[in-house]
Design a protein around this ligand. Structure first.
Ligand SMILES: [Zn+2]
Length: 222
């Protein structure tokens, strides 16, 4: 039997870290963690993630039915449901609006160039998902063809989603996406940004994620 109180504490502390690291602000963002095969805890709608109480997250079934909680679940619960239904390996999901990565998503720029070895090793690429209306099932529908292949996504004109085998992994991935975006933007300001040559990319452990088909010379999905 999972210790739900412990998961509540972990999720609340996770949200506090998102806020402290400026990965979310105001009432942006949401996060969830699986309790078991049938249920997950998710942050409530309209709440500032930096000020959540332990009792605030609500429990939803894998069919989307609210099982506990006085507050309504995040309006992005469709996104979390869709991901859990398609990825049984995933235990935690984070959606945030970090400034630099969201700027890339707003500019229509995927983080899919072979520039930083650690990003290639961790993610392969970070794809840009076509725009979907926030708070509707459309957001996940736009992601469904990609969700089996990647663990981090830029949502066009919106924000970022990261997946993890636990909350720590989802958090680290969110922080890494944002830091990657900041490096790319800064390097572009300096100029002379360089892609890694293909022979170097092929030596990286994440290369097979791409099936040997790195998207070079293409700054965005569209
Ligand atoms: Zn959002």
């Amino acid at each position: 039997m999972p210790d739900i109180d412990s998961l509540r504490s972990q999720l609340t502390e996770f949200c506090q870290r998102l806020y402290d690291r400026d990965l979310v602000g105001s009432t942006e963002g949401n996060a969830s963690v699986k309790i078991d095969l049938h249920r997950f805890l998710i942050t409530p709608t309209g709440s500032n993630l930096g000020y959540l109480e332990q009792d605030d997250p609500v429990i939803l079934s894998m069919e989307g039915k609210q099982l506990t909680g006085d507050k309504a679940p995040s309006s992005e619960y469709h996104l979390h449901l869709g991901i859990y239904q398609h990825r049984w390996d995933i235990q935690a999901i984070c959606h945030a609006h970090p400034i630099a990565a969201t700027a890339c998503a707003t500019a229509g720029v995927a983080l899919d160039q072979p520039i930083l070895p650690e990003i290639i090793s961790t993610f392969g690429i970070i794809p840009l998902v076509d725009y979907g209306t926030p708070g509707t099932p459309e957001l996940f529908e736009k992601m469904v063809d990609l969700v089996g292949r990647y663990d981090a996504f830029l949502l066009k004109s919106h924000g970022v989603v990261t997946l993890g085998a636990n909350l720590d992994e989802a958090f680290n991935r969110m922080e890494m996406v944002e830091r990657c975006a900041r490096v790319i933007i800064t390097a572009n300001l300096i100029g002379n940004i360089r892609q890694l040559p293909e022979e170097i990319v092929q030596k990286l452990p994440g290369f097979e994620v791409l099936n040997g088909q790195f998207q070079t010379g293409n700054s965005g999905k569209d």
